[in-house]
Design a protein around this ligand. Structure first.
Ligand code: CP3
Length: 346
């Protein structure tokens, strides 16, 4: 199957397909034995920067789960490091030893050349292609400016990202400067991924949903739009995922229609009926089983998978996915049961 004709890409291009394709976020994550083995011997960022190993963990889900797409193994924080921030992955998640504290620090950030500074990501894409041989599409990704700003300003994992939240009101011009620099960086970074062979691109705004309704438009949606527009004509489908944005679906749909974004990822908080009413069939919809549902009994889990497939039946471009990333202690057999149920039911 060539990439262009693969089920996922046709679905993302909004054409009716015979069965529902499936892939997962964080599929190459901590729940898989091969990943655990490789990670046991190497630091997380080092793994991101070692293309052969990163390609190996990228394709493990294809081998173990037989999903319909491979997402490259990397992290959304990789371009921040290229901009000049020191990024570390500790046990509690990503940290910056020197988070941005003032305008001068923002001004000092570079807009890096993606190939020069993050060429290893492009090497991962090429190495993944070498392994999947056109069998399934390869998905590249980046973080959206709001989510990346949260990490760059806070410096450590947080429930509230108070530093970024506060800046919205305290020094919005500085925040806009930061977000513009990140947006330019992300556009160039994603275009380089297409150049290297990515067959689809996903933009993650994981913390977009924590914003007030006005701030959501100004700081999350506006910059997602800029990036989607910057990718217009790049030749591969664009997937937009803003987590926690259930209250903003109309605004997102308006933007998606105006810009022609090919696909939207839905988190598990969004009722499918609501998403179907608001988005209609103008874009592919990806989602949205709760990652926690993978801890249900097999019978219950299979039933939930069928319910979700039924909910999206009639939509010409449903891509089965979780509402968010797979949780580390998830039993592999349960993930396999999900894929199996999708295949036998559709
Ligand atoms: O499916 C995949 O494995 C693709 C690769 C991928 C990772 N991170 C690998 C990873 C992708 C697409 C991401 C995106 C990412 N990273 C997001 C956006 C998506 C989302 O989850 O909302 C965010 C917010 C991050 C930042 C990040 N990276 C956090 C908060 C953490 C620690 C906590 C967690 O959820 O795992 C990471 C580390 C990380 N990124 C791991 C993996 C496999 C775990 C690292 C490890 O301990 O081995």
């Amino acid at each position: 199957m060539s990439n262009e004709n693969s089920l996922l890409i046709r679905t993302l291009r909004r054409q009716p397909t015979e069965r529902t394709p499936v892939w997962f976020m964080r599929q190459a994550g901590r729940y898989l034995p091969g990943y655990q083995r490789i990670r046991g011997g190497i630091d997380f960022l080092q793994l991101c920067k070692t293309p052969e190993l990163a390609a190996e963990v990228s394709v493990e889900p294809l081998e173990v789960l037989d999903v319909d797409a491979v997402i490259i193994f990397s992290d959304i924080l990789v371009p921040l490091e290229a901009m000049g921030l020191e990024v570390e992955f500790g046990d509690r998640g990503p940290c910056m030893s020197d988070p941005l504290r003032d305008r001068a620090a923002i001004e000092a950030l570079k807009i890096p050349d993606p190939v020069e500074s993050t060429g290893f990501v492009m090497d991962v894409i090429r190495a993944v292609h070498g392994r999947v041989n056109g069998k399934v599409p390869v998905i590249g990704f980046a973080g959206a400016p709001w989510t990346l700003s949260c990490y760059a300003l806070e410096g450590s994992p947080s429930r509230t990202f108070a530093a970024a939240q506060r800046m919205i009101y305290e020094s919005p011009a500085d925040l806009h400067l930061l977000m513009e620099k990140i947006a330019d960086t992300v556009i160039a970074y994603l275009l380089a991924q297409v150049e290297a062979g990515a067959n689809a691109l996903q933009l993650f705004d994981s913390w977009g949903g924590m914003l007030g309704h006005q701030a959501f438009e100004e700081f999350s949606l506006h910059y997602c739009r800029r990036i989607m527009e910057g990718l217009d004509g790049c030749g591969v489908p664009r997937i937009l995922f803003i987590r926690g944005a259930g209250n903003h679906l109309e605004k997102i749909a308006k933007m998606v229609n105006e810009v022609g974004v090919e696909a939207v990822g839905l988190d598990e908080m969004t009722p499918p009926e609501q998403a179907l009413t608001i988005f209609g069939d103008r874009c592919a919809l990806q989602g949205n089983l709760p990652p926690q549902a993978l801890f249900a009994s097999e019978e219950d889990l299979r039933c939930r998978v069928r319910e979700l497939l039924d909910a999206f039946r009639g939509h010409p471009g449903h891509v089965f996915n979780l509402g968010h990333g797979i949780l580390p202690p998830t039993p592999v057999a349960n993930v396999q049961a999900v894929v199996d149920e999708i295949r036998s039911y559709t």
